[in-house]
Design a protein around this ligand. Structure first.
Ligand SMILES: [Zn+2]
Length: 540
C-alpha cells in the first residue's frame, strides 16, 4: 500500500513540484495555486459511470477546486494515491442512523466503507417534528452529512394513533400539514413503511394525498412496501401508483423478494419498473447486497391485524386463548412461507434490550435449548414469547442470490444499506451496517463480476445524489463539495459477517467530508465536518 498522507510538521505549505508545468495543467489560473488537500496520481472514478481516468484532485476549503493531470500548486496536505481509486464519498439513502449516531457521532461503520452522507427517516418512521431532531444532529457534530425524510407512519400515528381505520378528511388535512411542515424543516421527501403499523392500515389513496404535498415541495417518495413476499408484484405496482398519483419520483427501497415460494418474482417487479419509466413515471429502486433482512420480530412474524394498537395491542390479543391460537397459526405460516425463511434456523435474534445474551441465537437454537422440536408452530410460540417479553430485533434469511443479482444489475437500482450506527461490539446487528458498500465493490464487482466498478460507484454516488436533488455532491467535478473516498479496488472488502458482525470494512485509506479528512486509513480523526443537509423546500 502506498504512503497515504504526508505532512510536514511546522511548515504551513509544502511546495509541490510539477514535472509537467509546461503541459498546461487543467483549471489552474496564473501563479502558484494553494490547496488545502491535493490527492496525486489517483484513478478517478468520478461518479458518472464513465471509465476511470488518472488525475490529481485538489481541494480548497470544502470544495473541489481542480481536477487534472499533474496539477501545479502548493498544498498543506498531499496524498499519493498511486494504484488506488478516488471516488466521491458514498451517499446512503436508507439508514436508521438515529439508532447510534448520537452515541457514535463519527459513524465509524459507515465512514470506514467510504460513506460520507446518511439519510434518516426511512420506512415511514421519522422523528416529528423534524426541526429539533435536525438541530440535535447539528449540535452533535457528526463526521458525516445527514439528510432526512419525513415518515408517513409517524405522521399518521401523531394524528390518529396506530389504529386500523380510515382517516377522515379533516385528519388527512392535518397529516398534509405535518408533511408540509417537515418539508419546510428540511426533509427530502416522504418515506412510507406500508408493511409496518400504522402504514399497513393506510389506503393507497391516503398515501398519495401526502405524497402530493411532498412532491409539490420538491420531495420524492421512498417506500418499504406493503409486502415483499406473496404480494411483492402488487406492492411494486402500488409504489409506482403512489408516484403517479402523487406526481413525484418514487422509489422501492431495499428491494428484495422474501420467501422461497416467491423467488424469481424480481423478473416481474423489474419489468413493472421498466414499464413505468417507459411511460414517464420516475420509478427507481435501491438495494443492500445480502440475502437476509432485518426488522423486529413483531413486524416480521405477525399479521398486521394482530398488531392493531402496536405491541401492546398484540400482547393484549395474545391473552385471549382463541385469538392466540389464530395468531399462532398465521405466525407459523409467515415462518414457513415468508420472512421466517421456511425454517426456524433462518430466524436469528439481533438485539433484545431485555436480555443481551439472546443476541446471535437462532430460533432453532433456542427451541432446542428448551427441549422442543424446531417446527414452525413452536417457532410461532417463541415469537409470541419474545413479543410478550418486550420484543427483539431479528435477522431473517429468506432472500435468494439470483433475485439479488438481477436487481443489482438493473439500471435504475442504487445501493443503500438499511443499516444503523452500531456501538462497536454491542448486540448482534445485521452486517449491512458495516459492509454494504464494501461488499458490492469486493464481492459483486471484483469476485462475481456482476457489475463493473464504475457502475457500482455510480449507484453509490451520483445516482442517489440526483435522486434527492443534491446538486453539489456525488461527483468529482470542480465546484462540488469535497466528499471523497480513496480505496484500493484490489483489496476493498466487507469483513462483517452474520456470525461476527462487528468488523470494519477494509481497503479504504482516506475518507474526506466537506474537505476535511475524517478517516486516515488507520483511525478516525478528530474532525467532525458533517453537515445537516437541507431539503428542496428550504431552497425555494
Ligand atoms: Zn425497511
Amino acid at each position: 500500500m502506498t504512503d497515504r498522507v504526508s505532512r510536514t510538521p511546522g511548515v504551513a505549505l509544502v511546495v509541490v513540484l510539477s514535472l509537467a508545468a509546461a503541459a498546461a495543467p487543467v483549471v489552474l489560473g496564473q501563479g502558484p495555486e494553494t490547496f488545502d488537500l491535493l490527492i496525486r496520481n489517483a484513478r478517478i472514478i468520478d461518479g458518472t459511470g464513465a471509465p476511470w481516468f488518472r488525475a490529481d484532485v485538489a481541494v480548497r476549503g470544502d470544495t473541489i477546486v481542480a481536477v487534472g493531470r499533474e496539477l501545479a500548486g502548493e498544498a498543506r496536505q498531499i496524498v499519493d494515491a498511486r494504484g488506488q481509486v478516488v471516488s466521491p464519498g458514498f451517499i446512503d439513502l436508507h439508514t436508521h442512523a438515529r439508532r447510534g449516531l448520537f452515541e457514535v457521532p463519527t459513524a465509524d461503520n459507515y465512514v470506514r466503507q467510504g460513506v460520507t452522507t446518511l439519510f434518516e427517516g426511512p420506512d415511514g418512521s421519522s422523528p416529528l417534528p423534524l426541526a429539533p431532531f435536525l438541530a440535535k444532529i447539528a449540535a452533535t457534530r457528526t463526521s458525516v452529512n445527514v439528510g432526512v425524510f419525513v415518515g408517513q407512519g409517524s405522521v399518521r400515528s401523531a394524528v390518529i394513533g396506530d389504529v386500523d381505520r380510515v382517516a377522515t378528511a379533516g385528519e388527512i388535512e392535518k397529516m398534509r400539514g405535518l408533511v408540509r411542515q417537515a418539508m419546510h424543516d428540511g426533509a427530502f421527501g416522504l418515506s412510507t413503511g406500508l408493511f409496518y403499523v400504522p402504514g399497513a392500515f393506510t389506503p393507497t389513496a391516503e398515501v398519495a394525498e401526502l405524497a402530493k404535498e411532498a412532491g409539490r415541495l420538491g420531495g420524492i417518495h421512498v417506500s418499504h412496501m406493503r409486502d415483499e413476499a406473496s404480494k411483492v408484484v402488487e406492492s411494486v405496482a402500488e409504489t409506482i401508483a403512489i408516484g403517479e398519483q402523487g406526481g413525484l419520483p418514487t422509489q422501492v427501497t431495499h428491494h428484495k423478494i422474501i420467501g422461497k415460494a416467491y423467488w424469481g418474482k424480481s423478473v416481474e417487479t423489474l419489468r413493472l419498473v421498466d414499464q413505468a419509466r417507459a411511460r414517464g413515471v420516475d420509478a427507481t429502486v435501491d438495494q443492500y447486497p445480502y440475502t437476509a433482512s432485518s426488522t423486529s420480530i413483531q413486524a416480521a412474524l405477525f399479521p398486521s391485524w394482530a398488531q392493531d394498537g402496536g405491541r401492546q395491542g398484540l400482547v393484549t390479543r395474545l391473552k385471549d386463548p382463541t385469538t392466540r391460537a389464530k395468531i399462532r397459526g398465521e405466525s407459523a405460516a409467515l415462518i414457513r412461507d415468508e420472512r421466517g425463511g421456511g425454517d426456524p434456523r433462518n430466524i436469528v435474534l439481533a438485539n433484545c434490550p431485555w436480555d443481551a445474551s439472546l443476541a446471535g441465537k437462532s430460533f432453532a437454537d433456542l427451541l432446542r435449548t428448551r427441549g422442543v422440536e424446531p417446527t414452525a408452530e413452536h417457532a410461532a410460540d417463541l415469537a409470541m414469547w419474545v413479543v410478550e417479553q418486550g420484543g427483539c430485533q431479528g435477522i431473517f434469511h429468506a432472500i435468494s442470490e439470483d433475485d439479488l443479482v438481477r436487481i443489482l444489475r438493473h439500471a435504475a437500482t442504487m445501493i443503500a444499506s438499511d443499516g444503523e450506527v452500531p456501538i462497536f461490539g454491542k448486540a448482534h446487528p445485521h452486517p449491512r451496517s458495516y459492509g454494504t458498500f464494501a461488499r458490492v465493490l469486493g464481492v459483486y464487482v471484483r469476485e462475481k463480476q456482476v457489475i463493473v466498478l464504475e457502475e457500482a460507484v455510480r449507484k453509490m454516488t451520483s445516482m442517489p445524489a440526483q435522486r434527492v436533488g443534491l446538486q453539489d455532491r456525488g461527483l468529482i467535478r470542480v465546484g462540488m463539495k469535497a466528499d471523497l473516498a480513496v480505496w484500493d479496488p484490489a483489496t476493498v472488502a466487507d469483513r462483517a459477517t452474520f456470525e461476527q458482525p462487528h468488523q470494519y470494512a477494509e481497503g479504504f485509506s482516506l475518507v474526506v467530508v466537506n474537505g476535511q479528512v475524517v478517516f486516515d486509513g488507520k483511525a478516525m480523526t478528530p474532525a467532525r465536518p458533517g453537515r445537516v443537509l437541507q431539503g428542496p423546500a428550504t431552497r425555494r
